[in-house]
Unconditional design. Structure first.
Length: 117
């Protein structure tokens, strides 16, 4: 007659104990470039630009990027460089290709102005 040895289970390692045990909560990973002390600057100005772009999209719908381009062109031709950069950023957040076309066309136009003036 053969004997089979079955080791006793520890109560700490039983399936029921594992199911009832509280899992250790790890910290959420943050891949934004900032140090631990300055959590507000995680996205820098992009956070404001993203919020503005989303607000603009909520107001104008699918035509929001074209409207932002119009605003950027209006600011560019009135000489408002800060306004131009703002609206170009909003346009870039909504439609990167449209913003690249706008930036290219205004760069060409500003080069023409410097040659003439």
């Amino acid at each position: 007659m053969s004997f089979h040895f079955a080791a006793a289970r520890s109560a700490a390692h039983s399936p029921i104990a594992r199911a009832l045990a509280k899992k250790a909560l790890g910290r959420a990973a943050n891949d934004n470039p900032c140090d631990e002390t300055d959590l507000t600057g995680a996205l820098g100005g992009q956070d404001f630009m993203l919020k503005a772009a989303l607000r603009h999209f909520a107001e104008h719908g699918l035509g929001a990027a074209r409207e932002a381009r119009k605003q950027a062109e209006r600011a560019f031709f009135t000489g408002d460089r800060q306004g131009y950069r703002w609206w170009l950023g909003v346009c870039r957040a909504l439609d990167r290709r449209l913003a690249a076309d706008l930036d290219r066309s205004t760069t060409d136009h500003s080069a023409d102005e410097t040659l003439i003036g």
